[in-house]
Design a protein around this ligand. Structure first.
Ligand code: 5GP
Length: 198
């Protein structure tokens, strides 16, 4: 059986990554990896579903024990991808989606060069700012921090395989879905060619 494909999605806070991922999980043959974080749980989030919420001590132990495929500090909190569960899903032939920020995404690319990196951008900074304000999840100070983080994140986008604008949600989801399907088709075809040679 062929290994699954690892897809990594990033984009500044407020670009709509969460909604895009939720739609993709419904439509596509792909599974989301659940990250661990030390940030506080928000209203409407579920422990073990949105994230595994753990303490800094617990997180640092996971790092020390080599249990994290990658991790990063973002806005004063740790976020990280569990190594074992991602490897298990890929070995079972399942396609896996990580929704993580660029430091982590580029680390993943160094460990899995065959991973496909997708960067989502907003149509303008003005729209990004108003989406952050309208969703009302962060304080003014946190919004400022996230806009500041966006500057560096944009500078990393050129290292990704695909850059997709989230102007209209459906269009953006379809474009990402095409990337997933086309990559799966290409990889299957390559496997077939390689099998013919063996
Ligand atoms: P939020 O607090 O809004 O849920 O996430 C903040 C940022 O952390 C987002 O850019 C999100 O993509 C990123 N993130 C979530 N999980 C992970 C992870 O496991 N690793 C890394 N490096 N970033 C993550």
């Amino acid at each position: 059986m062929s290994k699954g494909i690892l897809f990594v999605m990033s984009g500044p806070s407020g670009t709509g990554k969460g909604t895009i991922c939720a739609e993709l999980l419904q439509k596509e043959n792909i599974f989301l990896s659940i990250s661990s974080t030390t940030r506080e749980i928000r209203k409407n989030e579920i422990d073990g579903v949105t994230y595994n919420y753990i303490t800094r001590d617990e997180f640092e132990k996971l790092i020390k024990d080599g249990e994290m495929l990658e991790y990063a500090e973002y806005s004063g909190n740790y976020y990280g991808t569990p190594k074992k569960s991602v490897e298990k899903m890929l070995n079972e032939g399942r396609n896996v989606l990580l929704e993580i920020e660029p430091q982590g995404a580029l680390k993943v690319k160094s460990v899995f060069p065959e991973a496909v990196l997708i960067f989502i951008i907003p149509p303008s900074m003005e729209i990004l700012r108003s989406r952050l304000v309208e969703r009302g999840r962060e304080t003014d100070e946190q919004i400022k921090e996230r806009i500041e983080a966006a500057k560096w994140e944009f500078s990393q986008a050129c290292k990704y395989n695909y850059i997709i604008v989230n102007d209209e949600l459906d269009k953006c989801v379809n474009e990402v879905a095409d990337v997933i399907r086309n990559t799966a088709e290409q990889r299957n075809f390559l496997d077939k060619l390689l099998n013919e040679l063996n």
